[in-house]
Design a protein around this ligand. Sequence first.
Ligand code: AMP
Length: 115
Amino acid sequence: MADTIFGKIISGHIPCHRVYEDDRVLAFLDINPLSVGHTLVVPKEPAVTGTRDYNVLENNGAPAHQAIAHVHFHIIPKPNGQEGLVVGWPAGALDPARGQELAEKIRAALLHIGK
Ligand code: AMP
């Protein structure tokens, strides 16, 4: 496992507010959320992205800038400081008690979807 914070979270050495886990993926609440429910979905197998820099983006709903109502993912190269996706990132701080409550709610909702 790569020696990153996410590797330590996957191995259980650093806690997280887990919302989903299977043998391939761990999903947990971002500790500095941009909005309530901001979740990170992390493959357990460490992946090397190489030298290419890029963003993967999926917009859902008009307020989130979705224009075409057919699910699609943008792969947007970031070859330099000017081109590519410009992201505003007004991060907050995840309150531990609120995080525990929220992760429980999301886990329960995911179980419901699975049935
Ligand atoms: P990125 O900048 O795309 O690599 O995103 C990394 C994200 O990981 C950021 O949004 C951080 O807030 C989040 N993050 C860093 N450490 C932790 C942690 N211990 N638990 C949860 N989220 C974290």
